[in-house]
Structures are given as C-alpha cells and as structure tokens.
Design a protein around this ligand. Structure first.
Ligand code: ASP
Ligand code: MG
Length: 411
C-alpha cells in the first residue's frame, strides 16, 4: 500500500473547527486506500506566543530551554488532531519526535535532521492506524530536545516522506498555490502550476515564506514529489514542486521575493593581506552564522572595506565575534545597517538569456530606488535596497518582467 505524507501548518489547525476540517482531509486520503502520516505544526500563533513569553522572562533565553519550550506547541496539536480522527471513527496515534526517533544534530534552534527511524511508523501504519506526527522537533542521540528552526514542520514532513519512500508529500496551508510573488506585497501576483526544486529552493532562501528552505532541499535530494495546496479547498491542485529535469519550459523569471530580516555589517579598513577574509568568515562560520552578499571594496592604500549581510537573529552574535577578530587583524570599526531589505529575482531560464540583470536594475531605476549591493548566482539576482522601498521594488520588477496577473489575488 502506498504512503502519503500530509503536512498541516499552524493556520490550518488554529481552532477546534479547523482541526476537525483537517481530520476530514486526512480521512479523505485514508479512504483513498493510502497509509497516511499527517505532520502537524502548533496551533495558530502558539509558537509566537511562547517566544513572547520567554522574552518576558529574559532577553537572552538559553537555546536549550527555548527548544524545550517551543516544542510543546506541537504536542497539543497532534493530540487534538488524533482525537478528532478517532471521534470520526478511525484509528490513529499521535507521536512526538522522540517517540518516532527523529534524530538531529546537537544544535539548538536550527538543528538538521540526520536520521529518521521508520520501524515504529511502519508498524502503526501496518496496523491500519493514521499517524499524527509532531513537526518542527527532533531529538539528539543523547536525548536532548531540539527544534529545526521556525517553519520547520515542512522539513519534518518531507524528511518523513523520504524516509518512508512515500508516494508524495502534500503541504497543506492557508494559500491556494505558490505565486510569482507574495500576494500581500504584490497584489497582482500570478499562480504557478509547477516550479522546480532549484527555483523553489532559491525563492525560499531569499524570503518567500511558503516553504521552509530545508524542506525543499530534502525534497530535491530524495526526489520527493511535493505539492503545496490549501487545507480549505481540498479540490484545488495547488502547485507542484518537481525535479529540474521534469520542467518543460524554463521561464526567464519564475518568481521574486524580499527578505526583510537581513542586516548589513561592514568592517572598515581591513588590511589587504592573504588570509584576512578567511579569518573573518571562518570565525563567523564556527559560530554557526551564515553570511550572504559578501563584497570587498578597495580603499586607498592597502586597506579594504568588507561588507556582507546576516540574518537579524544572528546580529548580536556576529558583532561579538567580529569585535574580537577586528582587534586581532587590526581592522577599523564594525558598522551595522538595519534599514535594508534583500530583493531577489529567481528563474532557471535566466541561465542562457542575457539581459535579466539589466531588466531588474532598469525596473529599480524607473521606480527611483537606489541599489546598495548586488549579488548573483546561476539562477538568482539579489539587490539590497532600503527597507521601505522593498515592496515598491518588488512591484516594479514584477511588472517589468510581465508577471502581473489580470486581477488581484483574492484573500
Ligand atoms: N510551530 C513552528 C513555528 O511556528 C513550526 C512550524 O510552524 O512549522 O515556527
Ligand atoms: Mg508555524
């Protein structure tokens, strides 16, 4: 019998009525003759509420205790969903990551899954039970509770689908499909029928909030067919995320997104010597801080300015680390700019089509928006702009590349 993994996000299980609605979506799949594993997030804004609560106690909560706290949200939703399924007359069992054996690295707040045990899952499925698994959480080899990073339930679902060799993984959410841009920022965003793993991965990394980046990475690695669809409209097929080789046409531009949570850090007057950049960035890497958009500009004499962006959550940590490196390498001060946004354009089809970067810069010029930094990869171009210009930049790029739908997205 084939296995289907379904993921339900926080908005889909926000209250008792919605949990019953989700129970129906699960049962519907089960009645299609499938073995079903439903992976669930915490109800509504539960996780945000817990983060806030911790903030009322301390400014710098210990990350181990933070994981202990945040992982509780999913324990509530899985128990309630399992009850709703049982109430409808079906057999089900809710399971925490520790009970399944979802093992992660020993890192708190953004751990990666390293292994998933399938024996228990398989046993329950073979007994005809529907499994309700807690998303977002994991356990280390020595029994510590970890979490996968905000939005991590997507990743739990895809990883379970890969481990069980499931036929498909459906991500149920509160939107109908993946769009060329976030409709809250670009009202005339267009629906996408399909998007490739690589494009989706880039879009998720640059700020499209529809899917957790690591879930797409895992889907790509294990070739898990992934579909994003609405839990409130079960007949809508949503958007299919598939292998790059299965895409028939490569549009020059597939989608755009803005990341408002980046900050720019510059280290001024860095001595121009071999090994200095290696020193700075390996120290950041050793503290688990990812950096993006690195540029080095030549100043007069033998001094450089080095600028890059990090996620705002890593800022305090990054400053601590850089203050000590700066003294060792004899560089000038560390300067931070918080008022920035990274606006990115993604499309697998840009590889052999010239003029995409030029078109993006023209769109910004026409809107009178200043570009502060530029970075490119094979299928992505990113520009740093002032935070309050981000939405206007998105809309202008969207129009420039003829992505606008005829009508605004109804919400
Ligand atoms: N409940 C967690 C969060 O809000 C995980 C998730 O929603 O995927 O980030
Ligand atoms: Mg959530």
């Amino acid at each position: 019998m084939s296995i289907v993994v379904q993921k339900f996000g926080g908005t889909s299980v926000a209250d008792a009525a919605k949990i019953k609605n989700v129970a129906n979506a699960v049962i519907r799949e089960y009645n299609n003759g499938k073995q079903v594993v439903a992976v669930v997030s915490a109800m509504g804004k539960t996780t945000d509420g817990l983060v806030k609560l911790a903030g009322d106690i301390t400014e710098k909560p210990c990350s181990r205790e933070m994981d202990m706290l945040l992982s509780t949200g999913e324990q509530i939703s899985i128990a309630l969903l399992s009850m709703a399924i049982q109430e409808a007359g079906y057999q089900s069992i809710s399971l925490l990551a520790s009970q399944i054996g979802i093992f992660t690295e020993s890192i708190h707040s953004k751990a990666r899954i390293v292994d998933i045990k399938t024996d228990k899952l398989q046993k329950h499925l073979n007994e005809g039970k529907i499994i309700i698994a807690a998303g977002f959480q994991g356990i280390t080899r020595d029994g510590e509770i970890t979490t996968l990073g905000r939005g991590g339930t997507d990743t739990t679902a895809v990883a379970i689908a890969a481990a069980l060799k499931a036929e498909k993984c459906d991500i149920y959410t509160d939107v109908n499909a993946i769009y060329t841009a976030d409709p809250r920022q670009v009202p005339r965003a267009s629906r996408l029928e399909t998007v490739s793993y690589s494009e989706m991965l880039e879009l998720a990394r640059v700020g499209a909030k529809v899917l957790h980046p690591r879930s797409v990475e895992t889907a790509k690695q294990f070739n898990v067919p992934l579909r994003l669809r609405s839990s409130f409209n079960l007949d809508d097929p949503g958007t299919l995320v598939i292998g790059d080789d299965k895409m028939e046409i490569h549009r020059p531009v597939t989608g755009i997104a803005a990341d408002l949570k980046q900050v720019r850090i510059a280290i001024l007057r860095v001595p121009d010597q071999p090994g200095v950049a290696a020193r700075i960035f390996s120290t950041l890497a050793n503290s688990n801080i990812s950096v993006d958009m690195i540029i080095q500009s030549l100043e007069e004499g033998n001094l450089n300015n080095i600028a890059f962006t990090v996620h705002e959550n890593d800022l305090n940590n990054a400053i601590d680390v850089l203050e000590s490196v700066r003294k060792d390498i004899n560089a000038g001060e560390v300067v931070v700019d918080r008022n920035i946004a990274k606006v990115s354009l993604v499309g697998a089809g840009m590889v052999d089509r010239p003029g995409i970067a030029a078109g993006m810069f023209e769109a910004m010029a026409e809107a009178g928006i200043n570009i502060k930094m530029i970075a490119t990869s094979e299928i992505k171009i990113s520009c740093l702009v002032d935070k309050d210009h981000a939405e206007e930049a998105l809309r202008s790029i969207h129009t420039k590349f003829e992505l606008d739908a005829k009508a605004e997205v109804q919400s």
